[in-house]
Design a protein around this ligand. Structure first.
Ligand code: HEM
Length: 373
């Protein structure tokens, strides 16, 4: 049975109830939606990085998509199983500076330029906060931020586009080419931190340039869109009910996990079956495309009863929003901390917002949930 996918959460919910792994006839992909199966799927080495799947790409775009994917995305850590990916991943984890509480609170206090007393929590304001984190992580100039943001928008625009059109592909290709140029220059001049470390790995030939460009691409897209999304969900919850501020003060870490569980920024992680795999009693043939549906696992009522409800649960931290295993998100700690500390710094503001719950405008696609800016 093939089903059109109007709204990912509902569709994933439906197939989780009906099948273990669900084969979609139109795309030939297997969708895994139950919590335990998705969890095991992340840890199963027989499910490797995904290859290119052109099933849903309009014919006239095939060649440009193949060119772009081969030249750029094939070396992004998340889309590759190469040993270089592990080297790049370790380097990032070593240099991820977790930002301390006081620093984030001072950003919130001093953020005059984008602050609006009548509508305090805007997407632009959140973006402005994250800008500081990205600038310090990548060691870039303030003035380069708008350019990085534009590339990130164009790349995530391509990754979440459905259906795909030529403009989206062309913009993403240009953005990736500009990012490549930028990374090469940035590495040449890096004098400290992550950049310097990566340059020395490059010189020792432990990692190649394309893998590093991919790593920067993922840092860029990871620090912005999904982190903004997680913070926005936490702020909506915080201001949605009066008692939420007390719940946050009681356990801010769990509050943040619950926000990530309730509305995971990325809806799924793609994989390719390297050999035949049995999941939930269903056989997935070697070579198949497999979709590990994070958003459905996080809302599996067998694991999280009444899953659409926000509540501090014993197991809120068991969400799969950062994946698990060999490809799990190396930025998870930083993203979680940014989300928790921005929310903490907004507690007083939220209390003052009183009866005015904050809501963001959401752009929910098959692959992710983002706030519109
Ligand atoms: C709330 C924010 C974030 C979410 C929800 C998120 C989610 C994820 C998920 C689900 C994966 C695994 C995909 C898979 O298994 O196929 C992943 C991988 C990755 N993320 Fe994040 N991420 C976030 C923030 C970040 C940040 C802040 C960074 C960098 C500073 C980052 C860098 C990466 C990288 C490099 C990978 C690839 C890891 C690999 O394949 O070895 N992410 N992320």
């Amino acid at each position: 049975m093939s089903v059109a996918i109007p709204e990912p959460v509902l569709w994933f919910d439906r197939i989780r109830e009906s099948d273990g792994p669900h084969r979609d006839d139109a795309s030939g992909k297997y969708f895994v939606t139950r919590y335990e199966s998705v969890r095991r799927g992340f840890l199963d080495e027989r499910l490797g990085a995904p290859g290119l799947n052109l099933a849903k790409v309009p014919k006239e775009l095939h060649q440009s998509v193949i060119d772009m994917e081969e030249r750029y995305f094939s070396r992004w850590p998340v889309f590759s199983d190469s040993p270089q990916r592990s080297v790049a991943r370790r380097a990032l984890m070593k240099h991820l500076r977790v930002v301390d509480k006081g620093t984030i609170a001072s950003w919130v206090d001093s953020d005059e330029p984008t602050w609006n007393a009548h509508r305090p929590f805007t997407s632009q304001w959140l973006l402005h906060l994250l800008k500081r984190s990205l600038i310090s992580l990548l060691d870039v100039e303030q003035t380069q931020f708008d350019m990085l943001l534009k590339w990130s928008d164009e790349i995530t625009g391509y990754l979440s586009a459905h259906p795909l059109d030529r403009g989206t592909v062309d913009r993403a290709t240009d953005a990736l080419a500009s990012l490549e140029e930028f990374v090469i220059k940035n590495l040449q001049t890096a004098e400290q931190g992550l950049g310097l470390h990566l340059r020395s790995l490059l010189e020792q030939q432990q990692v190649d340039q394309s893998t590093l460009v991919g790593l920067y691409g993922q840092i860029l897209t990871g620090t912005l869109e999904p982190t903004l999304s997680a913070i926005a969900v936490a702020l909506e919850q915080l201001t949605g009910r009066r008692e939420r501020s007390d719940e946050f003060e009681f356990d801010g870490a769990r509050f943040t996990h619950e926000a990530l569980r309730l509305a995971s920024p990325f809806h799924y992680a793609p994989r390719r079956a390297l050999e035949e795999v049995e999941i939930d009693g269903g056989l997935i043939p070697a070579g198949s495309d497999v979709v590990l549906c994070i958003v459905a696992a996080n809302r599996d009522p067998g694991m999280f009863p009444d899953p659409g409800r926000f509540e501090l649960r014993e197991n809120s931290s068991k969400h799969l929003s950062f994946g698990l295993g060999g490809h799990s998100c190396p930025g998870a700690r930083l993203a979680h901390q940014l989300c928790e500390e921005v929310t903490r710094a907004c507690l007083d503001l939220a209390r003052n917002a009183g009866s005015r719950p904050v809501t963001f405008d959401w752009d929910v696609s098959r692959s992710m949930r983002k706030i519109t800016r």
